[in-house]
Design a protein around this ligand. Structure first.
Ligand code: ZN
Ligand code: ZN
Length: 331
């Protein structure tokens, strides 16, 4: 637990089963109860960690009046349902995230079917398909779903004590991802939208909506206009150089576009074929697609599709369907 500025605490909660290590949730002091931004996975270890870190500040669950969820991925939303029943806090998140709860965490059969179809359409061979199709099923146990008491659209204000946060609709990583901006303190709570060294995952899949990468780049450019002194991200450490980081991210996605264009320069290919030919996790000395775990393979394919579709919208790539399979070509 760290008090990053007077009245705002960063709590680090462990994340099982991933390389991310931990998620940051932020506790903001208020006059009539505290505001918590994000919630952590639903496991006993994470719950205990949250309870202990709150106790260090002298806060119990009953002192939390509002819980804002940046997006409904398990590391940010998992404990939200439990926090609701323990604290009675108002749960607050974007309506586009609310629409995904049922299919993602309650009745998953239809999403599984769509996932299988989507992977097949994008060229995944039949023998690889089952393990990719079911790669995220185990995540559902880390989430106790809850619907929001306050549904956001972007542009609202969430206040607590002397802090007044503007809700920014920062779609891309998840369709209804939001960030919180405090203009007087010049603070941005960025969720997974902008992280200091990890490149945020942007994928196109049955629940992502159209062109998530285009939306992501647009929301980065909107955030670039803000006056921000300190960014409080969902993972890694708080940082200051927001504009430089946005510049790096835009440049990164441009380079990925070029790499993908190169792969389809002379031959039309499926998103799966392209994903097998480009480098993954370049920071870790260029990992080959085939060495990735099934879940990461799926992320790689969806990320490739996100790039292809954003270039298609920009007129740099076209696609055609043959026997129910989609192929992309340059031009
Ligand atoms: Zn996320
Ligand atoms: Zn996250």
């Amino acid at each position: 637990m760290t008090e990053v500025i007077p009245g705002i605490y960063q709590l680090r909660l462990p994340i099982p089963e991933t390389s991310l290590g931990y998620v940051n949730v932020y506790l903001v002091q208020g006059d009539n109860g505290y505001l918590l931004v994000d919630a952590g996975w639903n496991t006993k270890a994470v719950f205990d960690s949250l309870q202990n870190q709150l106790a260090e500040i002298g806060v119990g669950f009953e002192d939390i009046a509002q819980v804002v969820i940046t997006h409904i991925h398990p590391d940010h939303y998992g404990l939200a349902g439990r926090l609701k029943s323990l604290s009675g806090a108002k749960i607050i998140f974007h309506h586009l995230e609310k629409e995904l709860i049922e299919s993602r965490y309650v009745r998953m059969d239809e999403l599984l079917r769509q996932m299988g179809q989507w992977l097949h359409t994008n060229g995944v061979p039949a023998n690889n398909l089952p393990e990719l199709q079911t790669a995220s099923v185990r995540m559902a146990k880390y989430v106790i779903p809850v619907t929001p008491d306050v549904t956001l659209y972007g542009g609202e204000t969430v206040s607590t004590g002397c802090f007044s946060f503007q809700v920014l609709f920062t779609s891309g990583h998840s369709p209804g991802h939001i960030s919180l901006y405090e203009p007087n303190r010049k603070i941005l709570i960025s969720g997974d939208h902008i992280l200091p060294t990890i490149t945020t995952y942007i994928g196109l899949h049955p629940q992502s909506g159209d062109n998530p990468l285009g939306k992501y780049i647009n929301s980065l450019k909107a955030i670039e206009q803000l006056d921000v002194n300190l960014v409080l991200p969902g993972h890694e450490n708080p940082f200051t150089a927001l504009r430089a980081r946005i510049g790096e991210l835009i440049q990164h996605h441009k380079q990925r576009n070029e790499e993908i264009l190169q792969a389809i320069k002379t031959k039309q290919k499926t998103a799966y074929q392209i994903a097998t030919e480009i480098t993954w996790m370049p920071n870790k000395s260029g990992t080959n697609f085939y060495n990735l775990a099934p879940f990461d393979k799926r992320l790689a394919i969806f990320e490739t599709i996100a790039h292809l579709e954003s270039m298609r919208v920009d007129g740099r790539v076209s696609k055609l369907a043959k026997d129910g399979i989609i192929y992309y070509q340059s031009g």
